[in-house]
Every structure is written in C-alpha cells, then in structure tokens.
Design a protein around this ligand. Structure first.
Ligand SMILES: [Zn+2]
Length: 56
C-alpha cells in the first residue's frame, strides 16, 4: 500500500493541492502555493522535500 502525503508550502505552511507518494521523485519542481502566490523550486525524494530556492 502506497503512502500519500500532501505537500505543504515551505513559505507559509499552507497545504497545496499536490500529493506525493513514497516512490515520487521530483527534481527542480516549481511548487506553486495558492495562498501566498509564490513559486518555490523543490526536490522530492522518498517523501523528503528540499527547497532549492525561495522566490522573492
Ligand atoms: Zn504559501
């Protein structure tokens, strides 16, 4: 059974509309937050999210 986890905005902590699985891998993915209307580049591997660069 796969674990699903919501991605939260690294800036404001808002839950985004994206879910990741245990085997989801993202590289330089532009994560858009509908609340603070910012895009942040993230890496995702094994449910671990790393913020590459915060957009000012
Ligand atoms: Zn946000």
């Amino acid at each position: 059974m796969q674990t699903l986890q919501w991605i939260y905005c690294p800036v404001c902590g808002n839950k985004t509309r994206l879910q990741i699985r245990t085997d989801t891998e993202l590289k330089n993915f532009p994560l858009f937050c509908p609340k603070c209307k910012q895009e942040n580049l993230i890496d995702v591997k094994e449910l671990s999210i790393t913020v590459i660069r915060k957009t000012e």
